[in-house]
Write a protein that binds this ligand. Structure first.
Ligand code: NI
Length: 137
């Protein structure tokens, strides 16, 4: 069973506001603190995308890097400099927490990357916190 993986690091910048419609204004403020700021705020997100699989005997690689980069950067361009809550339909009814963003990245990239190869995604929201999703995470 092959256990070789490849990880590439990408980035995008976006704005959001953490606010739950089922909580009171006071509760939102208490739970989300500065991230509840009415006019939103931004992050420079980093995304570590890991594929796992057997290297192709012809190339010695799990995936050609240009193909990997094209798939991921074309998708991330749909988030670049957007206000996630207002411009990305997925977040119309989901709070744009790191937990929900990393789930969204997984759903979208899994459809776009070669079947069965996506293994793990780590989303850095700040230097102090990251969110993981994956087949063993
Ligand atoms: Ni934030």
């Amino acid at each position: 069973m092959s256990r070789i993986s490849l990880t590439r690091i990408y980035s995008f910048s976006a704005a959001h506001r953490l606010n739950s419609t089922i909580l009171s204004d006071e509760e939102n403020k208490q739970i989300f603190d500065k991230c509840n700021n009415y006019y939103g705020h931004g992050h420079d997100y980093s995304v570590e995308v890991t594929l796992r699989g057997k290297p192709n005997p012809a190339t010695g690689m799990i995936i050609p890097l240009p193909e990997f980069d094209t798939v991921v950067t074309e998708f991330l361009a749909t988030l670049e400099h957007k206000h996630l809550d207002m411009e990305v339909p997925y977040f119309k009814d989901k709070i744009s927490t790191g937990e929900n963003i990393v789930q969204y990245l997984w759903n979208e990239l899994e459809q776009r990357l070669p079947s069965g190869k996506l293994f793990h995604i780590r989303l850095w929201e700040t230097n102090n916190n990251y969110f993981d999703i994956g087949k063993d995470a």
